[in-house]
Design a protein around this ligand. Structure first.
Ligand SMILES: [Zn+2]
Ligand SMILES: [Zn+2]
Length: 342
């Protein structure tokens, strides 16, 4: 016996709009999924993805810079030149400025890392310079899409053999335990991968939220933690509202110089041989510093902040001519008081 036919459920008549709606919905879903995947991919190795803690600093006391500079500490500095970057120099200046150094517009800019050797704190770095992959490729290990941007802007890196951060530190017998980043642009972070895995990475507060912190050059290892310097813990050191005596002994000072990036830092190495001001990219080269032209920043308000930072740095130098200025990318400015194993 054949079973009775199941009763047929009358189907609602379909309108011709439904399949289209379904297709549009599926299309939108795919676009969102691809967009999300691209954002995740573009941000790989970027500091914005890392956990952050506040760097512990000793209690701060305000004092006068002349007293600080009169008591140089037993700390030594070595600037390490790790290759060059070429591109239009005027692109580094505040975007509303029309004057630029025509004579040197296309001269390459050196890239630095600074090794600081303290008698009890050991070795620390300020910035990390370039790493060995740049010996073989003008974009090194910079990830897309940032490498595409550099290519489109005509920016290229060169690194002679044996000049990577890792190679230079090995020759000096140095194993830094901390690296302080003036900011997270790739020419200051590429060398991170050549440092000991347990190196502590220090940035200014909010630096990882800068545009460059999200785009990602790919230089920050997964599993790393950022230690952020908070100027709320500092002491007033005019012309800066706050500054931080990093170790509490007056040997190394951090100054807030936002603008070129959100949490940009400058440093004073207060050595016995004389104090040195490492301005980082708060001023890329002497021509701009001398004319008081602030650096390029991600927005107009960042550039206004960058101008104020530069004005303060210039005021500090005017008041203390013994302070030697080392610019972010000026040549020649190699100082080295370190030549042997610690
Ligand atoms: Zn920069
Ligand atoms: Zn730079």
């Amino acid at each position: 016996m054949t079973p009775p036919e199941p009763p047929t459920v009358p189907r609602r008549p379909s309108t011709s709009l439904r399949p289209w709606l379904r297709r549009i919905g599926a299309g939108l879903g795919a676009v969102v999924a691809i967009g999300a995947a691209l954002v995740i991919w573009a941000g790989l190795g970027s500091p914005s993805k890392l956990p952050r803690v506040e760097l512990a600093v000793p209690p701060q006391r305000a004092s006068a810079w002349e007293d600080v500079f009169a008591r140089g500490q037993r700390v030594r500095l070595c600037t390490l030149e790790t290759g060059e970057v070429s591109g239009a120099r005027s692109m580094l200046l505040r975007s509303d400025h029309v004057e630029f150094d025509r004579a040197r517009e296309h001269e390459p800019l050196p890239i630095y890392a600074h090794l600081v050797r303290h008698p009890t704190r050991g070795d620390v770095l300020i910035d990390a310079g370039l790493s060995a992959p740049f010996e073989r490729d003008p974009f090194g290990d910079v990830r897309a899409p940032v490498s595409w941007l550099h290519r489109a802007m005509g920016t290229r890196f060169t690194l002679p053999a044996g000049r990577s951060l890792g190679a230079q530190l090995a020759r000096l017998g140095s194993r830094p335990r901390q690296v302080y980043l003036t900011h997270v642009h790739g020419d200051h972070t590429a060398g991170l991968g050549e440092l000991p895995r347990d190196v502590e990475i220090v940035t200014g507060e909010g630096e990882a939220d800068d545009l460059a912190g999200h785009l990602g050059y790919g230089h920050f290892a997964e599993g790393a933690t950022l230690s952020e310097l908070s100027f709320a813990r500092g002491a007033p050191m005019p012309p800066f509202d706050m500054a931080i005596d990093v170790w509490g002994d007056g040997a190394l000072w951090a100054l807030p110089t936002p603008g070129h990036s959100r949490g940009h830092l400058s440093f004073v190495v207060n050595a016995e041989s004389g104090p040195v001001l490492l301005v980082g990219d708060a001023s890329h080269y002497a021509w701009a510093f001398e004319r008081g032209i602030g650096p390029r920043g991600p927005s107009a308000s960042d550039e206004a902040a960058g101008q104020q930072s530069l004005d303060r740095l210039r005021e500090l130098v005017r008041a203390h001519p013994s302070l030697r200025v080392v610019y972010g990318h000026e040549a020649p400015q190699v100082i080295c008081e370190i030549s042997t194993t610690p």
